[in-house]
Design a protein. Structure first.
Length: 352
């Protein structure tokens, strides 16, 4: 009888024990090997129940992160109190229900709408294009903007701390947030061999690192985050994502490319990134414009161009783009060029 009582008590102890007592282990993330750079972040966040693994005991570090998962991560990191959640539901639950959002993500969307991370037009566009069904995934350009907005990180046109080799291909809206995301130690500026790869989906291993650093930032800036607000007019999926990234395609590449964390810039990037597909299948747009501002970024100068004419009915006059250049442009100079169409801007911009 005593033995039976002991067994029952032990079972209850295990059931109600804090999750931090049990370090979660994953078959495909370890202290050694290709996944070592992400191990401590994955381990920490899994023990805090912010990121979870799969039923087979794996973490699948190369799997892409979905739109709704990003919303849930940001809500968890910001940790709103019940009063805030009540206001968020009152303001947005009816709309969220009308969008057919899965139950586990409803609070996350309500809160991010209330907080100003995204707009209702963003959610409508996400549903229309298949983001809510994981047919397509948000790219790195988009996710960087969401983290910046959620954490009230301000824009900064001093790009001198950005070392990405593909800086000219980064969405202009993302580019304005990146300097301060780097200064805040949420993103790391890539070295001379690194790329940002803004039009690619983001991996679970990468989001673990960014989320962990985001927790540190939020802990030190809670008052600033709570006392500022965002206003978003329009939808902000920064590029049109047409490519689904099947789970099985990525799983086959886990051991081969797991250390290719190009968004963080900590390691030298491999040129072969077949397991992650571009999130944008764009259309080339030819444009004419006028230089509105010249920004000195050190060795490279940046110019902000106000578009005056294009051959596209989706990207027309009045839009502003940011381009890096080695030429000595002046304000009001007339320029011509081309770029790949995104939702709010052009990427891969080339001037004539």
């Amino acid at each position: 009888m005593k033995k039976k009582i002991l067994i029952i008590n032990l079972a209850l102890l295990l059931l109600f024990a804090p999750t931090s007592l049990f370090a979660k282990t994953f078959t495909d993330v370890s202290k050694n090997g290709n996944s070592a750079w992400a191990y401590k972040y994955v381990d920490d966040l899994s023990n805090k129940n912010i990121l979870k693994g799969y039923d087979d005991g794996s973490f699948k570090p190369n799997n892409p992160v979905s739109f709704l998962e990003i919303m849930q991560i940001l809500k968890t990191v910001l940790n709103p109190n019940e009063d805030e959640m009540k206001l968020a539901r009152e303001a947005n639950l009816e709309f969220v229900n009308s969008m057919g959002i899965i139950d586990w993500a409803k609070d996350a969307l309500c809160y991010n709408l209330y907080h100003g991370t995204v707009s209702k037009k963003t959610i409508e566009a996400a549903r229309e294009r298949g983001f809510l069904e994981n047919k397509v995934y948000p790219n790195r350009n988009t996710i960087a903007v969401y983290f910046a907005r959620a954490f009230r990180i301000e824009k900064n046109n001093d790009f001198s701390n950005l070392k990405f080799r593909d800086i000219d291909k980064i969405n202009s809206q993302t580019l304005e947030y990146l300097p301060n995301l780097v200064k805040s130690n949420i993103f790391t500026s890539s070295g001379s061999d690194g790329k940002f790869n803004g039009n690619f989906a983001i991996r679970r291993s990468e989001i673990a690192v960014i989320t962990s650093k985001g927790l540190t930032y939020v802990g030190a800036n809670k008052d600033k985050i709570n006392n500022q607000s965002n206003y978003i007019d329009g939808e902000d999926l920064l590029t049109k994502n047409n490519d689904n990234i099947p789970e099985k395609t990525i799983n086959n590449e886990v051991n081969k490319t797991e250390n290719n964390n190009s968004i963080l810039g900590t390691f030298i990037e491999k040129e072969n990134s077949d397991e992650l597909k571009p999130a944008e299948a764009g259309i080339i747009v030819n444009f004419k414009g006028k230089v509105a501002e010249v920004i000195d970024g050190g060795k490279v100068k940046y110019i902000r161009i106000e578009i005056t004419e294009t051959d596209s009915n989706k990207f027309m006059s009045g839009n502003i783009i940011t381009v890096n250049t080695f030429k000595n442009h002046k304000v009001d100079d007339n320029v011509e060029g081309s770029g790949i169409l995104g939702e709010n801007s052009l990427t891969n911009i080339k001037l004539k």
